[in-house]
Design a binder for this molecule. Structure first.
Ligand code: PLP
Length: 417
């Protein structure tokens, strides 16, 4: 089964005249339409807002598109806060969901007026020394145990470093109330890349029930519930695809069942999606520069795991299209590799593809989130450019590729004259 991408061989042949491979390319039209679908799915909730997880695709031009679609940003570090601030995000348009947080990160987040999401109860005293609390503070919850959906274990919060226990949540609220905090948000991230429309509703029911309990026991106002990230995408062509409309309605059902009867119908729903917002709307484009026939058949690309780490790191599947050969029969079995001195630098193993020739261009799909951003410089490999395929069909470079000068920029060679 073929997975439809958003570039053609003709387009790429035109682009490479100006911007050689490898590069990441993003699809503005797809990003906007998807952001609108998400917004619509949660439009039943008055204060709903998506805070795009910047770590997925930290590029100001991408953030600007999402800002125009009404999204805020979810930052996890100093530099993500700095980038978001430069794009114009401020105040309640910024969620700061970090962990093991350095002092300066908290200070900047507070200065920007961001919602600050404490990962731990000890962060209260840590923060208190740095800056005054805001009227609204957010707390990250970890229910422990296993997280199950339809009797299947989706993830194991008990082994996750994030969040605090229920008793700590209560203690934290009492403590923060004592420091003058008036409103509270609660947050949890319990499973990643979920493909079941039931994930958000299940998470919502856990957090809504917790909100009711906290509201009653701690006599506090819960102003928002942050469902965080975790809604996945169909990396494989035969995988089920999430339906955001069904997900939104599922959350609404729990909201009306749990919160509304308690009079908590002013609670705002927030999300912090990264993958769902961008993954399908970014592709890594590479050129076939070598082929090798030993005990297996290898295709060597000019891109490597330094440009897209997920296959090497997680064994993740990314669909590959040989551009111009979309309708050819996939009757050749290849390992598609990059050039790192690491045997895990394989974009695909034993993948059935059409016959590949040197000079062919390949599109590696669903690379728009946690793709470029996880890049690194191992083997002295340089980061690629990022391009934006705009709605009018033109292409804009939104990050230039690195040069050797960038790679050497942090070194002082003055002693080697
Ligand atoms: C990574 C992350 C996200 C985004 O996760 P996705 O799987 O990309 O949706 C959201 N919130 C927090 C706190 C994260 O760490």
């Amino acid at each position: 089964m073929e997975k439809k991408g958003f570039v053609t061989k003709e387009l790429i042949e035109k682009i490479v005249k100006k911007y050689p491979t490898p590069f990441h390319i993003y699809y503005e039209k797809g990003i906007r339409e998807n952001a609108r679908r998400l917004k619509k799915a949660f439009s039943w909730n008055k204060g709903y807002k998506e805070y795009f997880a910047v770590k997925a695709t930290p590029n100001p031009y991408i953030l600007k598109i999402l800002k125009e679609e009404g999204c805020g940003v979810d930052c996890s570090s100093l530099t993500e806060l700095m980038m978001s601030s430069r794009v114009g995000f401020k105040g309640d348009e910024i969620m700061f969901s970090s962990n093991v947080t350095p002092e300066e990160d908290f200070v900047l987040a507070r200065r920007l007026g961001a919602y600050i999401n404490f990962d731990d109860i000890t962060h209260i005293d840590f923060f208190k020394e740095l800056a005054p609390f805001s009227e609204t503070m957010c707390l990250r919850y970890n229910p422990g145990g296993d997280f199950t959906l339809n009797n299947e274990i989706m993830d194991t919060p008990k082994d996750a470093k994030y969040g605090m226990t229920k008793n700590q949540m209560k203690e934290a609220i009492i403590k923060l109330k004592g420091y003058g905090v008036k409103h509270f948000g609660i947050h949890a991230f319990l499973a990643s890349n979920t493909k079941d429309n039931g994930y958000y509703p299940k998470l919502a029911s856990i957090l809504f029930n917790l909100a009711v309990e906290l509201h009653k026991e701690c006599d506090c106002h819960i102003s928002f519930i942050n469902l965080s990230g975790g809604v996945g995408v169909d990396y494989r062509p035969d995988e089920p695809k999430n339906d955001i409309e069904i997900i939104g309605e599922g959350v609404r059902f729990e909201y009306e069942k749990i919160l509304v009867p308690e009079g908590m119908d002013d609670v705002k729903i927030f999300t912090e999606l990264g993958r769902f917002m961008l993954a399908p709307y970014g592709e890594l484009i590479a050129k076939v520069i070598h082929e090798k026939h030993i005990y297996k058949e290898y295709i060597g690309l000019d891109a490597c795991a330094a440009n897209l780490m997920r296959p090497a790191m997680y064994g993740a599947y990314h669909h590959i299209t040989v551009l111009g050969k979309e309708n050819d029969e996939c009757n050749y079995k290849y390992d598609v590799t990059g050039g790192l001195c690491e045997n895990n630098d394989k974009f695909a193993i034993d993948r059935m593809l059409p016959k590949i020739e040197i000079g062919d261009y390949v599109a590696i799909h669903d690379a728009g989130a946690h793709g470029f951003s996880m890049g690194y410089n191992y083997n002295g490999k340089l980061r690629s450019a990022e391009l934006l395929l705009k709605e009018d069909g033109s292409v804009k470079m939104i990050r230039r590729k690195e040069t050797p000068e960038d790679y050497f920029a942090t070194l002082d060679f003055s002693e080697f004259k």
